[in-house]
Write a protein that binds this ligand. Structure first.
Ligand code: UD1
Length: 440
């Protein structure tokens, strides 16, 4: 029997939770440790299944790791093999991020092709074409990507569309290549900037990360470095959506709203008040400091984001797009908010095909959703009702959690191993917000 999450909903969410380190920044940072024979220290790694999967891939390659005081030290002094086996890669597509670092450091890499997944075909052709442009010879053999290059050469690579892990993979490989690589039409997600910060701390020479053109001047070797992983904007966004759907007053410690501008705009349109609160910022501090209302003073001294929502949300459309557009990883959660909103909204998915697996499950809770190709028309209902539902991927599960929190009655979300790939101790965090949530 797989683990389930039992939620009895219908109450507003109130209180404070700490947002963990970003899964999608931690994963490339872990694989980047393969680029040097010196140990690297990573702080703020989230406690997630995907992180364990990445560490298992690193271990299989001979990289050792140890944990102390909330930090993880990865030591890839000796590589036992440059082969990432299917058994490990199939559990997590992001294992393809081993390819760039191994190829650049060891001159060869064999990584199993990740294959399709529930949210679409998700090919890695742009990663492969980029490595080839840098002089690698690549073959697909027995379901593996087999790559070889004596030394990668810098190249001008124009990506046909922004790919997040593709940009990261090529950036890591280019860091140790001979000459300059210019990556055009690169993805601009904050996780790419976070990786560039770490690589530069290791001695790389990268500029332009976070913009469409990234320039990487190759260096001969990289060295030991420390890095503190950025907060998880998708985890934060999920709790913001939950508060918008249920109402309440929630403080998300460590969250950085500047990474979530597209969502913040939607939340304000739907009737929520959203503030970025940080030590130096004027955004969330004014009105709280010294006004004597006792309204979250101690919380607002901490860095984070705060949402207050007093009414039923208003329906608001969303169209997913690469950063800084509305994130595909928050599409399902936004659909859940709209299921209980006043009015009708259209949610359009442009990044991945087949990413509406949550819609039929939401319908089982009483949601009114009509799917038409890559668009979902959602007519808000006055209330959802709890039901047994099934998780299909990380973010689809998160949408079911948001809906279950807003619904009347009890829901049991099955297959939460999907959820646990991306959300650390969710039931505990939800209980800290006053929700009735239990892992079974
Ligand atoms: C990353 C994130 C994932 C997020 C996605 C989009 C990680 C570990 N995962 O996934 O959570 O949902 O970005 O924000 O960071 N594509 C190709 N060929 C390629 C590569 C991509 O056609 O070689 C297509 C994909 O099918 C998709 C689009 O490009 O339609 C964007 O995908 P991409 O940015 O690569 O997603 P991931 O990096 O896999």
């Amino acid at each position: 029997m797989t683990a389930k999450l039992k939620i009895t909903g219908g109450n507003p969410l109130c209180g404070s939770v700490a947002i963990s380190g970003a899964k999608n920044a931690a994963l490339p940072a872990l694989f980047a440790c393969l680029l040097t024979e010196e140990p690297c220290e990573l702080g703020n790694l989230p406690q997630l299944r995907d992180i364990k999967s990445a560490l298992a891939v690193l271990s299989a390659m001979g990289a050792e790791h140890s944990d102390a005081n909330g930090k993880t030290v990865v030591n890839a002094a000796r590589l036992r093999t440059t082969v990432a086996p299917y058994q490990l890669v199939k559990t997590m597509r992001a294992s393809v991020l081993a390819l760039g670092p191994l190829l650049a450091r060891a001159g060869e890499a064999t990584v199993s092709l990740p294959g399709g997944c529930v949210i679409g075909a998700r090919p890695v052709d742009m990663h492969i074409a980029g490595f080839e442009k840098m002089g690698a010879e690549i073959q697909i053999q027995n379901g593996n990507i087999v790559a070889r290059a004596k030394r990668l050469r810098g190249a001008n690579i124009k990506l046909p569309q922004p790919t997040v892990t593709g940009s990261e993979n090529l950036m890591m490989a280019a860091a140790l290549a001979e000459g300059i690589t210019v990556l055009e039409n690169a993805a601009r997600e904050p996780e790419i900037t976070d990786l560039a910060v770490f690589l530069n701390a290791m001695g790389a020479d990268i500029s332009g990360a976070g913009e469409s053109t990234i320039t990487i001047r190759g260096v001969d070797r990289l060295h030991s470095a420390k890095h503190f992983v950025m907060p998880d904007r998708i985890e934060a966004g999920t709790y913001l959506c939950a508060a918008a759907a249920c109402g309440g007053d929630v403080f998300l410690e460590n969250a950085d709203l500047s990474h979530l501008s597209a969502l913040a705009e939607k939340l304000r349109e739907c009737g929520a008040e959203v503030l970025n609160c940080n030590d130096s910022g004027d955004d969330g501090d004014d009105g709280d400091d010294g006004d004597g209302d006792g309204d979250g003073n101690s919380e607002n001294k901490k860095r984070g984001a705060r949402i207050t929502m007093h009414n039923r949300p208003r329906a608001v459309d969303a169209v997913t797009a690469p950063y800084p557009g509305y994130p595909t990883d928050l599409q399902a959660q936004w659909m859940a908010v709209n299921c209980v909103a006043e009015g009708c909204a259209t949610i359009t998915e442009t990044v991945f095909e087949n990413r509406f697996m949550h819609a039929p499950e939401l319908a089982r809770m009483g949601a009114d959703i009509e799917l038409r190709g890559n668009a979902a028309r959602v007519r808000g209902v006055a209330s959802l009702s709890g039901a047994p539902v099934m998780a299909t991927d990380i973010r689809a599960s998160a949408a079911l959690v948001v809906a279950a929190l807003a619904a009347r009655g009890t829901s049991e979300i099955d297959r939460i191993y999907h959820l646990e790939r991306g959300y650390a101790t969710m039931e505990k965090k939800l209980r800290a917000l006053g929700a009735n949530a239990e892992r079974k």
